[in-house]
Design a protein around this ligand. Structure first.
Ligand code: NAP
Length: 238
């Protein structure tokens, strides 16, 4: 059995070493210094569905585990199409989404284009939505602070700047950062996960409102699990 592990998440990092000897990991190449997955790892796009189908055939892939980010919708869609076309069993490993608790002031949106209407033009926004989402905010007059793992070269497109940082962050550090920057709203995606998330706890503790983007839907008819243990059970049923 040769497993193709579509990676780029903590779940993939948790699963990868447990697939030693029978898997190839794949990264998009979005992060300059990705964590070592302890597996042979290829980097970069496959070249769409056709490229992925060809890769599956050439490499003798017999199972695919899509452990990409909940918002990597294109990769997930391509994996579903290629799995169908090549008859390769596919599993989606996706962490559960977050749910608001007491004290949270969350505003759900499908589209980040709604953010300006919710926050108003004078609010200072902390964008934890990744650099790829920045285009959704480029027309806003707001002061914007966008957190990235690798700061892109070139000037920040708008008022504000990049905040460089690699998770995890402590709640105390998030509170200090939001206070230092004078943040009025946190903007994030429903990336999800089991652990309490420090930026959301910090927003709650500070009484800050949050805009949270709903996840894109999963392709229909594909088994989805939430943990690396469940993924291993799918590969090796008892
Ligand atoms: P995307 O929009 O769904 O994918 C765009 C293209 O990037 C895909 O069509 C594919 O290119 C390539 N690609 C994506 N993931 C790949 C992988 N694991 N291995 C090989 N090629 C991959 O994805 P994205 O939002 O740009 O995210 C890129 C990667 O960063 C994903 O692997 C994801 O897990 C990770 N990530 C994303 C986010 C987020 O918020 N979107 C957050 C954290 C981590 P081809 O069509 O050429 O095959």
């Amino acid at each position: 059995m040769t497993v193709l592990l579509l990676a780029g998440t903590g779940e993939a990092r948790g699963l990868a070493p447990r697939l030693a000897g029978r898997a190839i990991a794949s990264l998009a190449g979005a992060t300059r210094t990705p964590a070592d997955l302890e597996l042979p790892t290829r980097v970069g796009g496959f070249g769409g569905v056709a490229g992925l189908c060809a890769y599956i055939a050439e490499t003798g892939i017999t199972r695919i585990i899509d452990a990409t980010h909940p918002f990597a919708a294109q990769m997930t869609d391509h994996a579903a199409q290629a799995a169908r076309a090549t008859g390769t069993p596919l599993l989606i490993l996706r962490r559960p989404g977050w749910r608001a608790g007491p004290g949270d002031r969350w505003h759900w949106v499908d589209d980040l284009g709604r953010v300006g209407a919710l926050t108003g033009p004078d609010a200072t926004l902390f964008l934890a939505t990744g650099r790829q989402s920045l285009a959704a905010f480029s027309a806003l007059p707001n002061q914007l602070w966008c957190r990235v793992i690798d700061p892109p070269g070139g000037p920040f497109p708008g008022r504000g700047g990049w905040i460089e940082g690699r998770p995890p962050f402590s709640v105390a550090d998030e509170i200090a950062l939001f206070q230092r920057l004078g943040i009025d709203w946190l903007v994030t995606k429903n990336s999800g996960g089991e652990a309490p998330v420090s930026k959301l706890v910090a927003a709650r503790d500070l009484g800050l409102p949050v805009v949270i983007q709903r996840r894109p839907p999963l392709p229909p008819g594909i088994t989805r699990v939430r943990t690396p243990e469940e993924a291993l059970a799918w590969l090796d049923p008892a």
